[in-house]
Write a protein that binds this ligand. Structure first.
Ligand SMILES: O=C(O)CCC(=O)C(=O)O
Ligand SMILES: [Fe+2]
Length: 267
């Protein structure tokens, strides 16, 4: 992809087969599915997350600011870990996650069905040959914001099967959201920093302004009940919510597009 690229338009779009393709191809900045969940469903899911926090099911990423999660993140195992460690974590992640889902409803299933209905494509959880499913559907508490980073398996995770995707999106359903702050900025500068042979992929978290200088930016606000999708190959960050405001509670994953057009999900 070119270093200098521009989106063809700058509005959030609704989800159709065509806007999905355009987002994968980085022609538009974001898709919003308004009212994906009702206020009652959001309250119910948020209560299940809070129960999980009280039960100590929530863990915290190895990054600052502090982001809580239920499930696991493949990217935390991309280097410095044996592959076995990740697939052990996946088992625990699904067990923890099902404890939450058992108390409420399943946004991951609903989202996958929505993608199938709109795209007409096969949509499934990503798997690694000989190893089984990855984990998808990470539940997060991100009220303190998230540092600037990129999520793109072909460059971040070249030795897993998900590296064969030719486009990667992030989706999140917000079930609670701060009234101020908690805004995501997406910079139109698709990550293109190639791993050197025999070395770990370059760090793609905590990216400084040099990585986005001159790039156009798009911001979206979390709204409880809405799903927002964006192209996660672009650097993105989340600003902190205001202290004492509502928490930023969400569930989501990545969606990778395989060369045949079918899609796989992981977190
Ligand atoms: O919460 C958001 O708006 C985006 C979080 C994020 O970095 C992601 O889903 O990849
Ligand atoms: Fe991300």
């Amino acid at each position: 992809m070119d270093q200098r690229v521009t989106w063809q338009q700058h509005e959030e779009r609704s989800l159709t087969a065509e806007t999905l393709r355009a987002l994968f191809d980085n022609e538009i900045p974001a898709i919003r599915i308004k009212g994906f969940a009702t206020p009652a469903e959001c309250a119910d899911f948020a209560a299940a997350i809070r129960w999980g926090i009280a039960q100590d099911i929530m863990r915290y990423y190895s990054v600052k600011p502090r982001v809580g999660y239920i499930g696991t993140a493949q990217v935390e195992y991309r280097w410095g870990h044996k592959r076995d460690d990740y697939f052990i974590a996946v088992k625990q992640a699904w067990a923890d996650w099902h404890k939450i889902i058992a108390r409420t409803w399943n946004p991951l299933e609903r989202f996958m069905q929505t993608l199938r209905d709109e795209s007409g494509q096969d949509v499934r959880i990503a798997d690694e040959p000989g190893r089984g499913d990855l984990f998808a559907g990470i539940i997060r508490l991100a009220s303190n914001g998230v540092g600037r980073h990129v999520d793109y398996a072909p460059l971040n995770t070249p030795d897993y099967a998900i590296a064969s995707v030719n486009g990667q999106l992030g989706w999140n359903l917000f079930v609670d959201a701060p009234g101020e702050g908690g805004v995501t900025t997406v910079h139109n500068r698709p990550w293109n920093v190639q791993p050197e042979a025999g070395k770990d992929p370059p760090m793609s978290y905590g990216l400084d302004d040099n990585h986005v200088a001159g790039a156009e930016a798009f911001t979206y606000a979390p709204v409880a009940g809405d799903v927002v999708l964006f192209n996660s190959r672009n650097p993105h960050e989340v600003s902190p919510g205001r202290a004492g405001d509502h928490d930023r509670l969400q569930i989501g994953s990545f969606v990778g597009r395989l060369p045949a057009g079918d899609m796989v999900l992981w977190s």
